[in-house]
Design a protein around this ligand. Sequence first.
Ligand code: GTP
Ligand code: MG
Length: 198
Amino acid sequence: LNYATAQFMVSAPTLALCPDDTGAEVAFAGRSNAGKSSAINALTQQKALARTSRTPGRTQLINFFSLMNNPATRMVDLPGYGYAKVPESVKLEWQRHLSEYLLHRFSLKGVVLLMDVRHPLTEFDLTMLDVADQRGLPVHILLTKADKLKKGPASAALQKVRSQLVEWEDLVTVQLFSSLKRDGVTPLSQTLDRWLDA
Ligand code: GTP
Ligand code: MG
């Protein structure tokens, strides 16, 4: 698929108001500031398709992007979880909505789960893996900001995460990623092609 043709489609304030559940989509999920919006920009080779920010919690709406030649193929930039300044009750509400979406969104073909390579597999990441597992939904983990580590420590981090995921190995794949260096875009787009082209 030609991800460079991605264009902004719509922002939804809640998952109940997202586009019709037809066609095929992939969602980008992960903690606030993990690099979800930056990864979408790297994948689509566009500087500011998805808005990025140094301030965690920048993405608060659910943003849908579609491909020009395949309008029924969508990428979904989800708000990050775990944003410190959000009240606990709102966080729990969002977690509930997110689980609903992961479990029941028919057109959702897979989840790209982003984690800072320096802080992988938080409790919430594990919850996400559990929810995806309940439905047999594939998850592709991007260990982001890999440019912040030297090669050795980065591959050590990758191996460690892989070893912690044996329980989910049928559904979960992992790779290093750097939006800054545009490292890892090819394996990411190959994974999305597998999910979306089917
Ligand atoms: P929320 O929308 O708040 O959930 O955040 P997000 O996951 O969309 O993160 P975003 O893409 O906005 O990136 C957060 C910060 O990390 C920004 O300052 C980015 O420039 C930076 N960042 C993202 N990816 C990388 C990367 O690969 N390397 C480095 N060094 N910085 C990155
Ligand atoms: Mg964002």
